[in-house]
Write a protein that binds this ligand. Structure first.
Ligand code: S3P
Length: 179
């Protein structure tokens, strides 16, 4: 084994556009873990895309599906799990991932979140009449303290290369750095 880490579940949390999927895939490959994305898994299991689920079942319907997926995936071993930006707002989801997981908050400026999401039509919370930057700012305001609270590692990603973010995470997983 290339790395000596004592966690079999690595969980990425943080806002839309934080790079959870991109970083998660690289990290999983590096660790020899499988990569899962809770949004993708919800879509796979329901056979519908996220905007459709929000449309038909509303946000509560989506959140129930999300909790089921997180409950299930957080029991797996040797995986990196990227969670949707709102997933940690439910206490039960925090509990599922905290049980076995090492939780990393990918902290990203609202500017960066906006740059990465503004062309995307797959995120219902950013599609309304309200300005997307404003929505991201408000979400950040309310969610940042929760991400911090649940995280074992807070990783600032702005102005850092993917390589250095992944290296820093692995150092932390190997116990070379702490919170
Ligand atoms: C959401 C984030 C999205 C997705 C859904 C709701 C949120 O995931 O779960 O659109 O509440 O912030 P990403 O963070 O992967 O974009």
């Amino acid at each position: 084994m290339k790395y000596h880490i004592n966690k079999e579940l690595v969980v990425l949390v943080g806002p839309m556009g934080a790079g959870k999927t991109t970083i998660g895939k690289i990290l999983a490959k590096e660790l020899g873990f499988e990569f899962y994305d809770s949004d993708k898994e919800i879509e796979r299991r329901s056979g519908a895309n996220i905007p459709w689920i929000f449309d038909v079942e509303g946000e509560p319907g989506f959140r129930d599906r999300e909790s089921l997926v997180i409950k299930d995936l957080s029991q797996r071993k040797n995986i990196v799990l990227a969670t949707g930006g709102g997933a940690m707002m439910r206490k039960e989801n925090q509990d599922y991932v905290s049980r076995n997981g090492f939780i990393i908050y990918l902290n990203t400026s609202v500017e960066q979140q906006h740059n990465r999401t503004h062309k995307d039509r797959n995120r219902p919370l950013l599609q309304g009449d309200k300005d997307a930057f404003q929505v991201l700012s408000e979400l950040f305001e309310s969610r940042d303290p929760i991400y911090r609270e649940v995280a074992d590692l807070v990783m600032d990603t702005d102005r850092k290369s993917l390589k250095s973010v992944v290296k820093h995470i692995i150092d932390s997983l190997e116990g070379r750095e702490t919170k």
